[in-house]
Write a new protein. Structure first.
Length: 188
């Protein structure tokens, strides 16, 4: 019985670590100036970082595709709940992928997304941020997708925090995004 209790206690300590995704260090280094944003909104109008900042900055989500990636679709829908708590902290939310503007416009309308979904035609921004997922070959429909990741950017253009997990099926929850912002604000 003692052996069973010890084994159970050990499993309770190990199991949470086994299911928690490990943070992944992709994209620009924290504290560095982020590369420029070359994107268009769902209507085809050019958008840069300065167009997106809230009072304190921007939370920029790189996602694979609103057209075919169910994990991205779920994340984008769930992020609708993020706009209010982010605004309370002085941040705006935007998300970017290699999807065409028409795809993003349809997704925005279908799911009533209030934050901007941005199109990175040719994956120019994705490449500048060093986020292209190289598992896909040029003849794949997924050629040009970014690693799914989230970046907290200050109005000075410096990267305050980033959240990414190597498993594209795992996405940081809103609480983790808010914690990253709150912790970055404490480090100022």
């Amino acid at each position: 019985m003692k052996l069973f209790a010890a084994l159970l206690a050990a499993l309770c300590l190990i199991a949470p670590r086994a299911v928690m995704a490990e943070p992944w260090n992709v994209g620009p280094p924290t504290g560095s100036a982020v590369p420029a944003l070359h994107a268009t909104d769902a209507k085809g109008s050019p958008v840069g970082l300065a167009d997106l900042y809230g009072k304190n900055g921007l939370v920029l989500v790189f996602f694979r595709s609103a057209k075919w990636c169910p994990f991205c679709q779920k994340q984008l829908i769930e992020l609708k709940e993020a706009t209010a708590p982010l605004a309370q902290r002085g941040y705006r939310l935007a998300a970017i992928s290699y999807d065409a503007g028409e795809v993003l416009a349809q997704f925005t309308a279908k799911w009533q997304i209030a934050y901007p979904l941005l199109s990175d035609a040719g994956s120019v921004t994705i490449d500048a941020w060093k986020l292209r997922d190289m598992r896909y070959k040029p003849d794949s429909y997924a050629w040009g997708v970014p690693y799914a990741s989230i970046y907290v950017i200050g109005t000075d253009g410096l990267l305050k925090a980033k959240l990414a997990e190597e498993d594209y099926k795992q996405r940081p929850q809103l609480a983790a995004i808010l914690d990253a912002i709150d912790n970055a604000s404490k480090r100022r």
